[in-house]
Design a protein around this ligand. Structure first.
Ligand code: NOJ
Length: 448
């Protein structure tokens, strides 16, 4: 492919890849790691479509050198991963487990030796089970525990970590985990999930304070954002799509950036809100991380429905193997709107996740011809480039994911990687998209 076909990003733009601990590490009972809510959840029949767990996953815990070598070959400048809280504090409280810290010490040092700047998430959903036994994120005490954990890892790693993200996707963690019950801990509380959302936001703020105290210089977030489209022009659908937008997007970004909940939702937090909470949540952020996958279409639900909205299919666009619509324009539009609305309150943006699921595996020659992923990545990097042209300050793009991995309730059935993983042999195979991403990076005038 001629080099001019690659989207070119401004000098200094960062390309990276993203993963998360439970999705890739395996070694769940090794070196003192305690059980997390995902170990418990995946052991319950019917929770994960293929009945699998993260017990072995990609066995990354034992393959750090091989996996970091893949990143170096890609030519990325950064790698986003998460620290498993139950490796550091097996029961979520008390002194640090030295073997857990030592694993991430080695990972971070190996990354730095191979030109990969670490972007570290503290919580990518693997809550120590012992804390869930006491109420998990519904219990305000979990926020204090999280602040202690943040202080431990901050003290140990702040000297070597470029970017920090306290909490990955607090909306997905609280809505799927505590409202719908489709993710761990599997609680179906419908609107009673709101305390979990508030406590995750508070955890973000408290951890940011601890990290800063420990010397961290760049702290952000990784919020999942979906542009919300009304299913029709009908007043009921338009009104409900606005409420859903407030619940999915506004409820998480407004407290972080403005120190308030969307006005319509504010009364819902009366029971959990304490003086000073919103100020704690609104910590100065050095960057705002956006995880983007697709827009969502919302309609008002029937009167007798459990919840007042219906998620409808977005029709008229191609979809990934997950069935998610491919709409790169929606990413560009969302970024442009985001800047227009928040202006001075908005720090530089990183795309902390963007990617797609396609099942393509190796053919008889070992080639993984995942042209659909190349097309997806090209169009989304292009959307970012267009947003930059329109004045949005986007500094980086981290592809989800470096390799195929455990996709939560979908088990191993959805493959998001640039690298194919054979879950029998754990062999890694570079997909065509891996080579394309490497070429894209090499074509940039100057990347970091
Ligand atoms: C966002 C989550 O952070 C990540 O864990 C997940 O695998 C991807 N979305 C794809 O669903």
């Amino acid at each position: 492919m001629p080099p001019h076909d690659f989207p070119l990003l401004p000098p200094g733009f960062r390309f990276g890849t993203s993963t998360a601990s439970y999705q890739i590490e395996g070694a769940v009972a090794e070196d003192g790691r305690g059980p997390s809510i995902w170990d418990t959840f995946t052991a319950e029949p019917g929770r994960v479509v293929d009945g699998t767990t993260g017990e072995v996953a990609c066995d990354h815990y034992h393959r750090v050198d091989e996996d970091v070598a893949l990143m170096q070959e890609l030519g990325t400048g950064g790698y986003r991963f998460s620290i498993a809280w139950p490796r550091i504090q097996p029961t979520g409280r008390g002194p640090a487990n030295e073997k857990g810290l030592a694993f991430y010490d080695r990972l971070i040092d190996t990354l730095l030796e191979h030109g990969q700047q670490p972007m570290v998430t503290l919580y990518h959903w693997d809550l120590p089970q012992a804390l869930e036994d006491d109420g998990g994120w519904l219990n305000r005490d979990t926020v204090d525990r999280f602040a202690e954990y943040a202080a431990i890892v901050g003290e140990r790693f702040a000297d070597r970590v470029e970017h920090w993200i306290p909490v990955n996707e607090p909306n997905v963690a609280s809505v799927l985990g505590y409202s719908m019950g489709t993710h761990a801990p599997g609680k179906k509380l419908l609107f009673d999930f709101l305390p979990a959302a508030h406590h995750l936001l508070l955890a973000h703020g408290r951890a940011a304070i601890e990290l800063r105290r420990a010397g961290a210089t760049s702290i952000g977030c990784a919020n999942n954002h979906a542009p919300i489209w009304p299913a029709s022009d009908d007043d009921a659908d338009v009104g409900m799509s606005k409420i859903f937008d407030a619940l999915w997007n506004g409820m998480f970004l407004e407290p972080m950036l403005l120190g308030r909940y969307p006005a319509d939702l504010m009364p819902l937090f009366d029971d959990v809100m304490q003086d000073g909470d919103l100020a704690t949540i609104r910590q100065p952020l050095d960057f705002y991380g956006v995880n983007y996958y697709n827009p969502m279409k919302i309609a008002a639900a029937d009167e007798d429905s459990e919840i007042p909205f219906d998620v409808r299919e977005v029709i008229g666009y191609p979809t990934t193997d997950f069935g998610w619509p491919i709409v790169p324009d929606a990413l560009r539009e969302w970024l442009v709107m985001f800047r227009a609305r928040f202006r001075a309150a908005l720090p530089p943006i990183y795309i902390t996740e963007s990617g797609c699921s396609y099942a393509t595996g190796p053919d008889e020659n070992g080639v993984v011809d995942d042209q659909a992923r190349i097309d997806y990545l090209r169009s989304h990097v292009n959307a970012v480039s267009e947003a930059i042209t329109r004045g949005v300050d986007v500094r980086g793009y981290y592809c989800w994911s470096l390799m195929d991995n455990f996709e939560w309730a979908e088990g191993y059935t959805q493959r998001f990687g640039l690298v194919h993983v054979d879950y029998e042999t754990l062999k890694r195979t570079r997909k065509n998209s891996f080579h394309w991403y490497a070429d894209l990076i090499a074509a940039q005038p100057q990347h970091v």
